[in-house]
Design a protein around this ligand. Structure first.
Ligand code: OXD
Ligand code: MN
Length: 651
């Protein structure tokens, strides 16, 4: 298989397919260091700080790659890597668009693998709460530091033989922002390099920052090789049987082996920005959350920012890019997946940054109707993974039927001819686009602001087909923390789960907690005791309630602005617009703006609170807390559950 050193020719426009597959032998100088004779084919090891150099050298020693490439993040570097991946069969060009590419993974490597993802700490209790005896933790997997070392020893020695090792310096958040953090990912996957270039600030600028700041998160990723076997699919090497993802928060280290799929391999995202990030945030007194961030300007010109936590594949990207159906409202996007929030010393508000630089969004369901702004974002400079392709050089996924030109044929994500009558999906349900954020037409002017944006409301939500109303507001901060803790949602394809069971997903962080959930709740509760704090209001939303015939009761998408309009009025202090119920405040009759809605909304059903449902819900939350959090459950959260139980009897 060709390696990077064979592709060091000059930049050529990537939409010119003949040049994309042209190979030219190495012309640039190769630098040698004294490490097992491994050549540095790009960059200079001498320019690295001693800590970074040590990190690179020790992993060369361990993984024994053929070459080392220190990434500069340049266009030219990206073009060469793209050519390399085309020649290896990892990427296919999509000539219908500008600089877009399609990766089809090994079908065994299509999603995050939660069962093989571990937090590694000295004591189990740092990672997971005191579960009921015999109950497995559903809020994170613990591994000892010794077992982590063993798992590394069993997998990593020599695992990069014949491969180039790429060193990716990256920043989560704008380089230089006091809310940002630096990282370095070592990987043997050029797909990871190309994707990290989109998803993070990556390259020379960060290398410069690392020269003076030796505080960085160390991330090691290897595609792996199956024991005693050749790769099933040489264009997507991986080792699904031995895949493992480990985090050591004490040393700020991430180690991932065996999977090239985004959530397991783009280590800046879930591994750093959420798991390690939440541990750093706890230590330093801020919050790292699985939340979108958006700005809303109302018809009076007042602008406010909100964050929203929904489980994976529950519409965060759609809400973050919402196109308002109410005239006079403007929504602008700061981020679609992760928020880092710190109390601002001057305003006393939580200020949020989006630590990412791109969108790694779920493709199926995205269309001009559901998310016109995403459709304007993703058709240039994008790496698509596991979507279907079309005979006119484009892509297709479920939901794009109306965008399909007549007469084109479809090849599914397995690379096979496809039509609807086959009863399979053309795109994998967890297929993705990976696109630069600055291509989104509604990016907020402050999306890269170094001090972040001030947050006035927090929304929690999930897919709840029954019982849970469209929107309700917490009575106070403790009640809001309880709403986050008791979140539940239908399972989606973002992880390895099958079926549509309703799962607990507290704070939409179930797969991403970096430490003991009981301690996490305590950390959230503690914010109300900060001096001069201006806490945001907390709400719960549910766009997914269905009637008895299984039809959605709320149109969703652009009409969700009607819910945000109510939320903002509540933030402004409009006390007339809400009434108290046993579960929280809901819109008063007539307070939800339904003007201009095409369909009739059954508000009665949408806000109905069935006594049976809520009695069972309270029981289930209690059972879950008892089983999963045990004595680590903070008293104020237990008190909230008791209070809800008492209130629900009056339904
Ligand atoms: C994601 C996820 O990829 O939550 O954002 O799985
Ligand atoms: Mn996510």
């Amino acid at each position: 298989m060709p390696e990077f050193s064979e592709f060091c020719d000059d930049y050529a426009p990537s939409s010119d397919l003949s040049s994309v597959v042209k190979r030219v032998k190495v012309q640039s100088p190769i630098f040698y260091n004294n490490l097992r004779g491994v050549s540095i084919v790009h960059g200079h090891i001498d320019s690295l700080s001693p800590k970074l150099r040590e990190f690179v050298e020790s992993n060369v020693e361990l993984c024994r790659p053929s070459h080392v490439h220190i990434c500069d993040g340049s266009e030219a570097e990206n073009t060469k890597l793209t050519r390399l991946m085309v020649s290896q069969g990892t990427l296919r060009p999509l000539p219908k668009y500008k600089n877009c590419w399609l990766a089809l993974t090994n079908p065994k490597d299509v999603a995050r693998v939660e069962s093989r993802t571990f937090m590694c700490t000295r004591n189990r209790s740092e990672t997971v709460s005191k579960t009921r005896a015999g109950a497995a933790s559903k809020l994170g997997n613990w591994m000892s530091l010794e077992d982590m070392q063993l798992a590394i020893k069993e997998r990593f020695p020599g695992c990069m033989e014949g491969h180039t090792m790429y060193v990716i310096p990256f920043s989560m958040g704008p380089v230089g922002s006091p809310l940002s953090k630096l990282g370095v990912e070592i990987t043997d996957s050029p797909y990871v390099v190309a994707s990290m270039r989109i998803m993070t600030r990556m390259g020379s600028q960060v290398l410069k920052a690392l020269a003076t700041n030796c505080d960085f998160v160390k991330a090691l990723h290897a595609l792996g090789r199956p024991l005693g076997k050749t790769h099933e699919n040489p264009s997507w090497p991986c080792d699904p049987e031995r895949t493992i993802i480990m985090h050591n928060p004490e040393a700020n280290e991430i180690v991932s082996y065996g999977s090239g799929y985004g959530g397991n391999s783009l280590l800046g995202k879930k591994c750093f920005a959420l798991r390690i990030g939440s541990c750093i945030a706890k230590k330093e007194g801020w919050l790292a959350e699985h939340m979108l961030i958006l700005g809303i300007t109302n018809p009076q010109g007042v602008k406010r920012y909100i964050v929203a936590a929904f489980p994976s594949a529950c519409g965060k990207t759609n809400l973050a890019m919402l196109q308002s159906s109410l005239p006079g409202y403007k929504v602008e996007c700061v981020g679609d997946d992760i928020a880092w929030m710190k109390v601002h010393p001057r305003t006393g508000k939580l200020h949020a940054i989006n630590p990412e630089n791109g969108f790694f969004g779920v493709a199926p369901g995205t269309s001009t109707e559901t998310n016109p702004n995403a459709m304007k974002t993703v058709f240039s400079n994008t790496v698509f993974t596991n979507v279907a392709s079309t005979s006119d050089g484009g892509v297709f996924w479920e939901g794009m039927e109306k965008e399909l030109p007549p007469g084109v044929s479809i090849t599914d994500w397995h690379g096979k001819a496809w039509n609807k009558s086959m009863g399979t999906t053309a795109a994998h349900p967890n297929s993705r686009f990976c696109s630069p954020a600055n291509q989104c037409p509604i990016m907020d002017p402050a999306w890269e602001a170094s001090e972040g944006v001030p947050i006035d409301a927090i929304l929690f939500g999930g897919r709840r087909p029954a019982g849970v109303p469209l929107v309700y507001e917490a009575f106070d901060w403790d009640h809001g923390v309880f709403l986050g803790a008791s979140m539940r949602s239908e399972a989606t394809a973002a992880a390895e789960f099958k079926g549509k069971m309703i799962m607990h997903d507290p704070f939409a962080m179930r797969p991403f907690f970096g430490y003991n959930f009981g301690h996490y709740l305590q950390h959230w509760l503690s914010f109300k005791d900060r001096p001069n704090i201006q806490l945001p209001k907390i709400f719960h939303v549910n766009w997914f309630r269905k009637n008895d015939q299984g039809k959605f009761l709320w149109p969703g998408f652009g009409d969700n602005i009607r819910v945000l309009d109510w939320v903002l009025r509540r933030v402004e202090g409009d006390s007339e617009s809400a009434v108290k119920t046993p579960i929280g405040y809901v819109p008063a009759p007539g307070a939800l703006n339904l003007e201009g809605l095409q369909e009739n909304i059954d508000l009665q059903q949408l806000f109905h609170l069935p006594k049976d449902f809520w009695t069972q819900e309270v029981e289930e939350i209690g059972r879950y807390f008892e089983e999963q959090v045990g004595e680590d459950l903070p008293k104020p959260v237990a008190a909230q559950l008791e209070a809800l139980k008492a209130r629900v009897t009056s339904l």
